[in-house]
Design a protein around this ligand. Structure first.
Ligand code: COA
Length: 218
């Protein structure tokens, strides 16, 4: 049975969603962005290396001319979601020596953790497989999408995807873009299937099962 309080909640939620504003992140937003990504995608190595590392890493990638990044804020200026995409996956991940040193310092003792060492070694022993998989990757990539828990389930991710796809089209990406997500991330995999992305295969990347999706812009 429909109750007045349910109607009130729905109305409040609608207003909350309407109050959201898309912005290009500024310098002071990156720690909050890194925290949201780390909480949302805790198994990623970037998340494991800590918020200072992740903030520096994502800020660097997002600021490259080949990339685009959108963050959404609510009326109280709280971060509701973030997404980063790039026109060239390989180029956007290239790091200068200075940045490598800064990242090393930001990671601090986490660089010596068992998880990091496992990540490095499993990458090293599977380098041929990884290189082989990467040969078939589209150049453009949706790198990250993370919605704050209280804003999930409202199709906010679709609004991000519309903006990212607009960016790709404006920059002459005329075929497909890449999406990689953990095999075990059911919600994300379901979302990508629903938006019409094509499941390619499950790859092993640094010892983890990663699903490869290609999304057409047509
Ligand atoms: C995956 C993700 C981006 C989807 O964004 P979204 O805007 O919530 O997407 P939708 O509104 O379409 O909802 C997706 C699912 O969450 C469900 N959902 C509803 N309310 C929810 C809530 N309060 N909390 C979590 N999920 C909820 C929806 O019903 C839907 O489930 P279904 O696929 O079984 O139908 C978001 O859940 C997220 O940020 N997850 C953590 C980060 C992540 O995994 N990113 C992808 C890898 S880079």
């Amino acid at each position: 049975m429909y109750t007045a309080s349910q109607g009130g909640v729905r109305c409040g939620l609608k207003k909350l969603m309407e109050s959201l504003v898309f912005k290009t992140p500024e310098k002071h937003h990156w720690r909050e962005i890194a925290r949201l990504i780390a909480d949302s995608i805790p198994n990623s190595i970037v998340s494991h290396l800590g918020v200072p590392f992740a903030a520096l890493y994502y800020e660097h990638i997002a600021k490259k001319p080949l990339s685009c990044c959108y963050a959404v804020f609510d009326a109280m200026n709280n971060l509701a979601g973030v997404s980063i995409a790039t026109l060239d996956r390989t180029q956007s991940r290239k790091l200068t020596l200075i940045l490598k040193v800064k990242l090393f310092c930001a990671a601090n003792v986490r660089i010596l953790s068992l998880k990091t060492i496992h990540w490095i070694l499993s990458g090293f022993f599977n380098i041929d497989e990884t290189n082989n998989n990467e040969k078939g990757f589209p150049k453009a990539e949706l790198m990250v999408i993370a919605i704050a828990p209280q804003y999930r389930g409202q199709h906010l991710s679709r609004r991000f995807l519309e903006k990212i796809e607009k960016f790709f089209k404006e920059n002459n990406v005329n075929n497909t873009y890449l999406i990689l997500t953990e095999y075990s991330n059911l919600k994300a995999n379901r979302l990508y299937g629903r938006i019409g992305a094509k499941f390619i295969k499950t790859n092993t990347y640094h010892g983890k099962k990663i699903n490869e999706w290609h999304k057409s812009l047509a």
